[in-house]
Each structure stands twice: as structure tokens, then as C-alpha cells.
Design a protein around this ligand. Structure first.
Ligand code: LMR
Length: 335
């Protein structure tokens, strides 16, 4: 063997060793995809999880956050998670019905949640856990519930009484409960991906929608909707989920650190949610681009009456037992 060959071989071996070491240290990548803006409760939660996960694992895990439907739209993102194309998502609870986990739609029932304390009792209680258990057979592990807030209603005409909804095309997330809700108001529900709502409003494909103030403001819905009614008729929150196979395959010590990061990111996200929504409401008011409507007690009562049948009508789909357990836990009773 010539000196040159020996040197070349030695250099090759060194290169191999180097790339082997680099491979051994290559971080585990978690792609966290979501559909909302970074400056929303979910967006902030995802960014906080990234910060803490990378810190607690000393860089052994790298979290890539993709906001604003950059990677996937509503329905596609859950399929992408199941296929392993992304590792983490936080879809709204309304989006689990089409996956076959219809019980999650209990969160969409009008007026089922009086306040956030009631919400916390449900998500932290037996039902919250039972709902997550339902996801396992779909290759999904539920990690946490994240808050957004109570919904307001927007349109190009003032929505004061149920009769004002008659014939309006209202955008909904893909949820049978939300469909029933708008039918009960005499409107025509239209399923549409979140990223398409602004354009849908601008072009008149839909007349209005419901969402939280933080979602409406960050998507600029108030610029293409003349009225927003402060109705608080329902709730939007999220389940942070991961691909079960990916999660179970992680080294135990990494999973422990990620669990810790998730617990802290969850309390952070839940803490900022109320302020984000209050700020978004203020900003939209300040913009002067839309008129806000506060319902009188009589108007509120009329909405409640019109929407009351929805819960009974949906009991077959969502599960009577699930609704009853939800109501009991929300009130603070034990099952
Ligand atoms: C929607 O209206 O689709 C929103 O719930 C999106 C989201 O994730 O908040």
C-alpha cells in the first residue's frame, strides 16, 4: 500500500467517524404544525413548548413550529400526524369528530360551559382523560388541553335576534354540532378551512362566522365583517396531540423532559388566553372597522331558547352519558 493510499484510507475513516458522531448527535425533530397566527393563545403555546423542550433536552430535541396552515390545512393536518409527516398538532376540539372521536364535539354544544373554571374541571377530570383514551386506537396520544376562549359571532348585518340569522351562510369548522347550532338559528352552515375564511368573507362565499376574538383579529376578519356580536355562545379550545408511535418510541428520559415542557407550556398558554382575547377585542374596537353589538338580557335569552334543542338533538351523536358527565364535572360534581 502506498503512503498516499494509506493517507486516503485514514482520511476516509476519519470522515466516517466524524459523520457517525454527527449522526449520533442529530437532534430528534418534532414538527409542530398549526393553523393559527403565532400571536394567538395556541401560537404562543407552541412557541413556548419549543423553547422549553429544546432547553430541557439540551438541544437533543428540536421543535420546528409551522404556524398559519403553512404545512397543512384543518383536515389534512390530522392525517399528516397519523402518517408521521408531522409529530405534533393542537387541533381545536371541534375537529376530532370527523376523525371518529365524536365525543369531543361535546365541547361545541352551545352554552355548555359557564366559564373557564368549569372548563378546567372537565379537561383535568375523568372525562378529559377518557376522551384522550379514545384517540389511542387512532394512533394518536393526547398530551394536553389548551385554551382559547369563548366565541363571538360576525356578519355583515347586525345579529341581535335568532331571526337575524335566517338564510345567512355561516362558516363552520367541520363539526356536526356546529352544523346543528346554525341550523337551529335558521342559517346555512358551510364547512370551510380556517385559512380560507378571510377570502370566503371577502368574496361573499360566506356571510359570517363564529370564532374567538384572537382568531378573528389575527386573521383580519373584522376588516371584512361589518358587525361582531359579543355572544359568548360557545367555546373553542384545543387538544395537543402527538403521533403515538413516535411518542412511544422516544427514549424515556427525553419523554420525561418533553412532558415537563408540555406541562409548563400548557399553563403558560392557558394563562395568556384570556388576555390575548381581551386585547384582540380592544384592537378590533380601536380599528373602527366593525361595529360591536352587546346583547340585551332579552336578546341573550332568545339565543338560548333557540339553541336549547341542539343539546338534546346531538345526544345520540355525542353520547348522552358524555353530555351528562360533562355537565356534572363542569358544575363541580364528581361522577
Ligand atoms: C377554526 O375556526 O378553525 C379555529 O378553531 C382554528 C383554531 O385552531 O383555532
Amino acid at each position: 500500500m502506498t503512503t498516499l493510499t494509506r493517507r486516503a484510507l485514514a482520511a476516509g475513516t476519519a470522515l466516517l467517524l466524524l459523520s457517525g458522531a454527527a449522526l449520533a448527535q442529530a437532534p430528534i425533530v418534532i414538527k409542530f404544525s398549526h393553523v393559527v397566527a403565532p400571536d394567538t393563545p395556541k401560537g404562543r403555546g407552541a412557541d413556548k413548548f419549543k423553547e422549553l423542550a429544546e432547553k430541557y433536552t439540551n438541544g437533543k430535541v428540536k421543535v420546528e413550529v409551522y404556524p398559519n396552515s403553512q404545512l397543512f390545512k384543518d383536515k389534512e393536518e390530522v392525517e399528516a400526524l397519523q402518517l408521521g409527516a408531522v409529530q405534533m398538532l393542537a387541533p381545536s376540539l371541534a375537529k376530532f369528530g370527523p376523525l371518529g372521536a365524536k365525543e369531543f364535539e361535546v365541547f361545541d354544544l352551545p352554552y355548555i360551559l359557564p366559564d373557564k373554571a368549569a372548563l378546567r374541571r372537565v379537561t383535568d377530570g375523568a372525562l378529559g382523560k377518557r376522551l384522550f383514551d379514545k384517540l389511542q386506537s387512532k394512533g394518536i396520544t393526547g398530551l394536553a388541553y389548551w385554551d382559547n376562549g369563548f366565541k363571538v359571532m360576525s356578519a355583515n348585518k347586525p345579529l341581535r335576534m335568532p331571526a337575524d340569522f335566517r338564510g345567512l351562510k355561516m362558516r363552520i369548522q367541520s363539526s356536526k354540532v356546529l352544523e346543528a347550532q346554525f341550523r337551529a338559528l335558521g342559517a346555512i352552515p358551510q364547512v370551510m378551512a380556517f385559512s380560507e375564511v378571510y377570502q370566503g368573507m371577502q368574496t361573499g362565499v360566506v356571510d359570517g362566522s363564529e370564532n374567538t376574538p384572537s382568531n378573528m383579529f389575527t386573521q383580519k376578519h373584522h376588516e371584512v365583517q361589518k358587525y361582531i356580536t359579543l355572544s359568548d355562545h360557545g367555546y373553542i379550545g384545543y387538544a395537543v396531540i402527538t403521533n403515538k408511535k413516535f411518542w412511544d418510541g422516544l427514549p424515556a428520559e427525553i419523554r420525561t423532559e418533553l412532558d415537563k415542557a408540555m406541562t409548563e407550556a400548557t399553563s403558560y398558554a392557558n394563562q395568556v388566553a384570556d388576555k390575548d382575547n381581551a386585547d384582540a377585542l380592544e384592537e378590533m374596537k380601536k380599528s373602527g372597522k366593525t361595529t360591536f353589538i352587546t346583547l340585551t338580557p332579552d336578546e341573550k335569552a332568545a339565543w338560548k331558547t333557540a339553541l336549547e334543542p341542539v343539546t338534546a338533538d346531538m345526544a345520540k351523536r355525542v353520547g348522552k352519558d358524555v353530555i351528562e358527565e360533562f355537565q356534572k364535572e363542569a358544575k363541580g360534581g364528581t361522577q
